[in-house]
Design a protein around this ligand. Structure first.
Ligand code: NAP
Length: 245
């Protein structure tokens, strides 16, 4: 339905549950996809299933130099970035009063600061082309908060404020910046939850189930497409009705 032929896309966290599905969906729509993450084996396995239109770019987003290198390599090897999907993210949960500075800072660095650096690096070429799409993957807890996740919620809420500000600044250049805020999605990140936690979460989801990575990827495809050209600064909440915001 949506055509991404000739679009060059960078997806971070492509070695993970949601990122892998985003890469697959955009690849299926005809895009040339740069897949990034730290686990080379997972990226290779994904690339094997996607075929020749995919290139692998390993990068540890903890390291600002590696982020610079990632942007440079993708532009050199693929010729630019038309669509940037900032999907990589981590949790380091702890109760607020027990949360160490390290737990706070690591989550902020990867979820928020790396996202900012990638937006900054990718937007130059988009401004020149007068076309671009940035899609940042936040979380429902960025709006609602969640006990034990002050660091994660702050990073995800920070993404929203940053994305809206950037959306203002680049809207006249044909560039859109949007956010997707998933609720609970079945991936390795949520596999970590205990059965008790999952049962409790289920009672809060009107749809009565967790979402799938494909249900996030289809929204990314829409936001990346030409058809979404008048939609910017928005947050799409995809959460089975868990938070109707
Ligand atoms: P996941 O399967 O754990 O994947 C996380 C991805 O982030 C992996 O590909 C991982 O790559 C990458 N990543 C983590 N640290 C990195 C680092 N230092 N450098 C580079 N890449 C790094 O999680 P997911 O569920 O697919 O989550 C994807 C996004 O959706 C995250 O931003 C998450 O916060 C958000 N989200 C998920 C849910 C959910 O219910 N699953 C809900 C709301 C929001 P490597 O493993 O290769 O390092």
């Amino acid at each position: 339905m949506f055509d991404l032929k000739n679009k060059k896309v960078l997806v971070t966290g492509a070695s993970g549950g949601i990122g892998g599905e985003i890469a697959k969906t955009l690849n299926d729509a005809g895009a040339e996809v740069a897949i990034s993450g730290t686990r080379l084996e997972s990226l290779k396995a994904l690339s094997d299933t996607l075929g020749g239109n995919t290139q692998i770019f390993p990068c540890n987003l903890r390291d600002p130099k590696e982020i610079e290198g990632l942007l440079k390599d993708v532009v050199e090897k693929m010729g630019g970035i038309d669509v940037l999907v900032n999907n990589a993210g981590i949790t380091r949960d702890n109760l607020f009063m027990r949360m160490s500075d390290e737990e706070w800072q690591t989550v902020l660095n990867i979820n928020l600061t790396a996202t900012m650096k990638l937006c900054k690096g990718a937007i130059r070429g988009m401004m020149k082309n007068r076309w671009g799409r940035i899609i940042n993957i936040s979380s429902v807890v960025g709006s609602t908060g969640n006990p034990g996740q002050a660091n994660y919620a702050a990073s995800k809420a920070g993404m929203v404020g940053m994305s809206k500000s950037l959306a203002f600044e680049v809207a006249s250049r044909g560039i859109t910046v949007n956010i997707i805020a998933p609720g609970f999605i079945e991936t390795p990140m949520t596999d970590k939850l205990t059965e008790d936690q999952k049962t409790n979460i289920m009672t809060q989801i009107p749809a009565g189930r967790m979402g799938t990575a494909a249900e996030i990827a289809s929204a990314v495809l829409y936001l990346a497409s030409q058809d979404a050209s008048y939609l910017t600064g928005a947050t799409l909440h995809i959460n089975g009705g868990m938070a109707m915001i």
